[in-house]
Design a binder for this molecule. Structure first.
Ligand SMILES: CC(C)(COP(=O)(O)OP(=O)(O)OC[C@H]1O[C@@H](n2cnc3c(N)ncnc32)[C@H](O)[C@@H]1OP(=O)(O)O)[C@@H](O)C(=O)NCCC(=O)NCCS
Length: 163
């Protein structure tokens, strides 16, 4: 396994290349659809993935933090993104492809994000969590508590962790 990190949170250091941006976008889109077991309609899935275009990811990563996880053969199987919204930072997404699920990769990607929050001196993390059953269990395991249920039109609910 290979981990690669692009860290532009303290100022732009590196731009993700076109091929990686395309692969990250494909992973997020394909994975989100693959995990859906009726929690979202097609239209909602589109809204969930709307941010995952190569162009938009490039912009977000130019000001954010990206972790990519690849197999030894170079296949992208996981990613995590922290992005900036105004002065706040939030975990945009953590993704692990289904064929590689439940091997601890999601937890490892999350740990990279948590370490980055700590390095920035941030004491709390809020995440917008998808309604997939596994996602809530995943964040609970990382020490998050649920702070709200989604309302009818919401795509996410909020979870919170004090570091
Ligand atoms: C959430 C996600 C990243 C977890 O990735 P993963 O590599 O499978 O997770 P890990 O192997 O590190 O699992 C850590 C813990 O999370 C929980 N968990 C993960 N998948 C679970 C599942 N399907 N059912 C129940 N608990 C689950 C378990 O507590 C697990 O620990 P355990 O295996 O020791 O029981 C992955 O399921 C995913 O990509 N989901 C779709 C995208 C998504 O919704 N991402 C979050 C949006 S912010």
């Amino acid at each position: 396994m290979e981990i690669r990190i692009i860290d532009n949170l303290d100022g732009k250091v590196e731009t993700i290349n076109d091929s990686d941006a395309e692969q990250v976008a494909q992973l997020i889109r394909g994975n989100t659809k693959a995990y859906n077991q009726g929690e979202y309609t097609e239209e909602q899935l589109e809204r969930l993935c709307a941010f995952a275009t190569p162009e938009n990811l490039k912009e977000e990563i130019d000001r954010g933090f990206l972790v990519m996880l690849r197999t030894d053969e170079g296949e992208l199987i996981g990613c995590a993104i922290i992005m900036k919204r105004g002065t706040r930072r939030f975990i945009r997404t953590i993704q692990v492809s289904q064929e590689h699920a439940r091997k601890g990769y999601g937890a490892m990607l999350y740990q990279h994000c948590e370490e980055r929050y700590r390095k920035a001196g941030i004491a709390e993390i809020e995440v917008e969590v998808t309604k997939f059953k596994s996602t809530e269990s995943f964040y609970r395991k990382q020490g998050f508590v649920k702070t709200g249920n989604p309302t009818q039109n919401d795509l996410y609910f909020a979870m919170y962790k004090f570091l």
